[in-house]
Write a protein that binds this ligand. Structure first.
Ligand code: NAD
Length: 246
């Protein structure tokens, strides 16, 4: 039970990697604050965790809505007294080659994947500073290290998330707050549904484990980084990709 008595807020917690991370954190004893823009799905997830005996609360939250984020943080502080862990997991793709990418596509991805991480982290940082303790974990991607065809907006957002991580690790590290990023390779979730099967086959071939990853394999890394086992890891961007970049 490595996260016992920790209060963990996870964005995009209703599906995919966020859902798997919530389940892993619950199994390690954390109290879960599940946030997602999908109201029904996040409520269902929280109910299913509480039915299994875990402590979980659901909030309908869009990470582009700063007033909404501030309201959730205030409510969580009132109900649970603290926020120990923030996982900035919510993310979207809207792919197109540079020549065809619209400004709307560019802005939508930057607003959620980059500005959303800024809003949530800034909203939670004061609480962590008061506590003189906290962990912020950011969802980047291998695409945030190496770039990817057709993902100008997504790659920029995920590179930016690594920049946030290294900057906040410097600013907040001396105050007892660790900040790290996880860079998954290609993981079997809904976000890959827009990719043609041929492209997915190519990604499997390019990976030195010859398969896509599972959400649980990313959740395990978040759980490690959130725990005291990672007490001297700060400002890292950890690739979890089956070696796809080798
Ligand atoms: P997913 O699409 O399966 O789930 C994303 C969740 O985020 C959904 O529940 C969705 O409702 C929620 N969400 C989307 N926009 C939101 C918003 N504005 N506010 C609040 N919630 C929002 O995605 P996933 O594959 O689990 O990805 C999770 C994170 O991991 C993302 O940041 C993604 O970029 C990153 N990532 C995923 C992969 C992959 O291959 N799946 C690889 C690298 C990085």
């Amino acid at each position: 039970m490595k996260l016992k008595e920790r209060v963990a807020l996870i964005t995009g917690a209703a599906a995919g990697i966020g859902q798997a991370t919530a389940r892993k954190f619950a199994s390690e004893g954390a109290t879960l604050i599940l946030c997602d823009r999908s109201a029904e799905a996040v409520q269902r997830e929280a109910s299913s965790l509480t039915a299994e005996g875990h402590r979980a609360a659901a909030y309908t939250l869009d990470v582009t809505d700063r007033a909404g984020i501030d309201a959730v943080v205030q409510d969580v502080k009132g109900r649970f007294g603290r926020i120990d862990i923030l996982v900035n997991n919510a993310g979207i793709t809207q792919d197109a080659r540079l020549a065809r990418m619209t400004e709307d596509q560019f802005d939508a991805v930057i607003d959620v994947n980059l500005k959303g991480v800024f809003h949530c982290s800034q909203a939670v940082a004061d609480t962590m500073l008061e506590q003189q303790r906290g962990v912020i974990l950011n969802a980047s991607s291998v695409v945030g290290i190496y770039g990817n065809f057709g993902q100008t907006n997504y790659a920029a957002s995920k590179f930016g998330v690594i920049g946030f991580t290294k900057t906040w690790a410097r600013e907040l590290g001396p105050k007892g707050i660790r900040v790290n990023a996880v860079c998954p390779g290609f993981i079997e979730t809904d976000i890959l549904k827009t990719m043609p099967p041929k492209v997915l086959d190519g990604l499997r071939d390019a990976c030195w484990q010859r398969r896509l990853g599972t959400p649980a394999e990313i959740a395990n890394v978040y759980a490690f980084l959130a725990s005291d086992d990672a007490s001297y890891i700060n400002g890292a961007a950890i690739e979890v990709s089956g070696g796809i970049s080798l």
